[in-house]
Design a protein around this ligand. Structure first.
Ligand code: FE2
Ligand code: FE2
Length: 246
C-alpha cells in the first residue's frame, strides 16, 4: 500500500475554452500523461491524494466528466479543495461525501485514514501581493486592503485545518500527513499559522500544490524545516507524475 499525491489537474472536459497556458509546453495533453503515470504507478489499494484545482467547471454539472476522469484513475481518491474548485461549496463537503461515497473522498473538516496515519488538510491561503518595491527592488510595502482580506481567509482556513486535526485526534491518531492546496507560507516568509500547526501536531510531511511555472516553484518551503518535510506537488512541477509520499 502506497500514498501518492499530485495537484492542479485543471481538467476541462466540459468547458469550451482551454486556458492558453494549457495548450503548450508541459501542459500539452497533460491529461494523457496523468493517466499514463497513474496506471503505471498506482495500484487499487493505494491512495491518490489530489491536492486541489481539479476542474475549470463552475458547478457540479459542469465538472461531471472531470470528476469521472478522476474517479476512473486507479487507487482510492482523496480530494482537497483548490481555489478554482467552484463546484465545491466549503459548507457542503458532507453532502459531496454522501453523493460520491465509495468513489471519491472530499477532505475538509474531516480526515482520511491511511495505515496508522491520518491524512488531514484544507485549502489554505497565502497573501500573494501586490507588494510595492523600492528603487533597489526591496519590499517597501503592500496593498493593505488585500492583506486584510488575505488575513481573514487565512484565519478561516486555519480553523478548518484544526477541525481536521482534531477529528483525527479524537479517533486516536497520533501520526499525520498535512495537505494544503496553497503553499504553507506567504512569498518571502518562512513561518505561518499553517507551519505552526504542522509543528504543533508534529506532522511528518506538509504537501501542497497551486504553484505553476518554474518561477513560482520556490515561492514557499521545500525540503526539511524543523523536522518536517515540505513538498510541492503541483502537476506541472511533477511533470504529471504523481509523487510517492509514503
Ligand atoms: Fe492550479
Ligand atoms: Fe490553485
Amino acid at each position: 500500500m502506497s500514498l501518492y499525491a499530485i495537484g492542479d489537474l485543471h481538467l476541462h472536459y466540459q468547458s469550451v475554452l482551454k486556458a492558453p497556458m494549457q495548450q503548450t509546453g508541459v501542459w500539452r495533453n497533460h491529461e494523457e500523461k496523468v493517466l499514463k503515470y497513474c496506471r503505471k504507478l498506482i495500484h487499487e489499494d493505494d491512495v491518490l491524494l489530489l491536492a486541489g484545482d481539479h476542474s475549470w467547471g463552475h458547478n457540479l454539472s459542469e465538472c461531471e466528466k472531470d470528476l469521472q476522469f478522476i474517479e476512473e484513475l486507479p487507487g482510492k481518491k482523496v480530494l482537497l479543495r483548490g481555489n478554482h474548485d467552484m463546484f465545491w461549496d466549503a459548507k457542503k463537503t458532507a453532502s459531496l461525501n454522501e453523493r460520491f461515497e465509495g468513489r471519491l473522498f472530499f477532505l475538509q473538516d474531516n480526515y482520511y485514514p491511511y495505515e496508522d496515519y491520518a491524512l488531514v488538510g484544507t485549502k489554505g491561503y497565502v497573501f500573494e501581493g501586490p507588494y510595492y518595491l523600492d528603487g533597489r527592488g526591496r519590499i517597501a510595502g503592500w496593498d493593505e486592503k488585500e492583506k486584510a482580506h488575505a488575513d481573514k481567509l487565512i484565519e478561516r482556513e486555519s480553523i478548518r485545518l484544526r477541525t481536521s486535526f482534531e477529528a483525527a485526534v479524537r479517533d486516536g491518531y497520533k501520526k499525520f500527513i498535512m495537505f494544503l492546496h496553497y503553499p504553507p507560507t506567504d512569498i518571502f516568509k518562512e513561518r505561518s499559522v499553517f507551519t505552526d500547526m504542522a509543528e504543533e501536531y508534529r506532522v511528518s510531511q506538509v504537501v501542497y500544490a497551486h504553484c505553476h511555472g518554474e518561477r513560482r516553484f520556490n515561492d514557499s518551503l521545500r525540503g526539511e524545516y524543523n523536522g518536517i518535510l515540505y513538498r510541492l506537488v503541483s502537476g506541472d512541477c511533477l511533470k504529471w507524475k504523481p509523487e510517492k509520499i509514503l
